[in-house]
Design a protein around this ligand. Sequence first.
Ligand code: F6P
Length: 417
Amino acid sequence: MEHIRGNVIVGQSGGPTAVINSSLVGVFKTAKDRGAKTVYGMRHGIQGLLEEKYVDLSDHIQTSLDIDLLKRTPSAFLGSCRYKLPEADKDNGVYKKIFSILKKLDIEFFFYIGGNDSMDTIRKLSDYALEIGSSIRFIGVPKTIDNDLDITDHTPGFGSAAKYIGSITKEVIRDGLVFDQNMVTIIEIMGRNAGWLTGASALAKCEDCEGPDLIYLPEIPFDVESFIKKVEELHKVKKSIIVAISEGIRTPDGKYISELTDTVEFIDAFGHKALSGSAKYLANMIGAKFGWKTRAIELNTLQRSASHLVSRVDITEAYQVGGAAVKAAFEGLTGQMVILKRVSDDPYICTTDTYDVHKIANVEKKVPREWINETGDFVTQEYLNYVKPLIQAELTPIMVDGLPRHLTLNDKNLKNI
Ligand code: F6P
């Protein structure tokens, strides 16, 4: 064991993934192995910390079975939040409160597992620490199914969601072939303004499956009329048509298709609109126009919580970025995010490094135009070469009574509530 270190606190933030808890284990285990005294977990990220809600993770992760279960548990074990810190020069009251809580807990190292909004929190807290001369180190641990974090080759959580999307697209395609009738199935996939996840539906195209017919990413404006024309043309040569759309597709004048629906609008603290209902809207439109049978499948939270089908590459990397964050902080770094650096596709080799969080926070990385075909309705081989290594191999759930067993947090151990 290395020499004794100060206390650590870790939080989870933003939308969860199937492997975010593997990163939590990576932080916890590495910090403990390297001599951290206490490893605290924030309940519901920075928002819970502000209410002094935290746990001592050693009360909850006690055995190697706990570790194995937690890695395989979807959703954020500690709870999450979408909380936007104000700029410190406008309102530093919140910062004073956070730093006084951190002082009370004798925290030396702060880790936040999240996407680009969460990296905004690391950026602001690390800047404030420098300003007030605090020696607390702040490091971001990447996570998001959207895969839209800049600089890092990819984000933990994406590979497993992509594996799930590729798998269920194959299954839906098979199901669409059952009846000898015209049918249009539209699958709606998360990812906000980046089409990384929607592109993963193309993985279904393989030896035993013809793949989806059309794929629409948010990077390309979505023309409803041309979409309907394409479906009409396709129906002249085949009966079952499968379309994958991103929840974030927009009309050429910038309106989300989901805004054309009667879904009640919800906007989070970062100004993101909750996007849903686009598949249903388009399916209804086609049904009404042609009288064909349609189905709208909104993958919704299934795609980010399917821990029964995680990619082993992804869950392993999720653990590694947690460990790398601890190593970086213990070596004295702050204001950094851990990144994944791909060395090669085949064999797939990837390493970790760190990068200035100021260059990453609040930036959305989109699918490059050249990875989308010319007609804007499918992804190219380059995209597939990129995603394929990330979905490889599995990690079997620990099954109890026929169902996957998870590790859950019991709030009776909350330190302060
Ligand atoms: O940020 C990840 C994400 O899963 C997005 O793809 C999606 O738009 C969003 O979260 C949904 O968030 P919520 O569950 O808060 O509605």
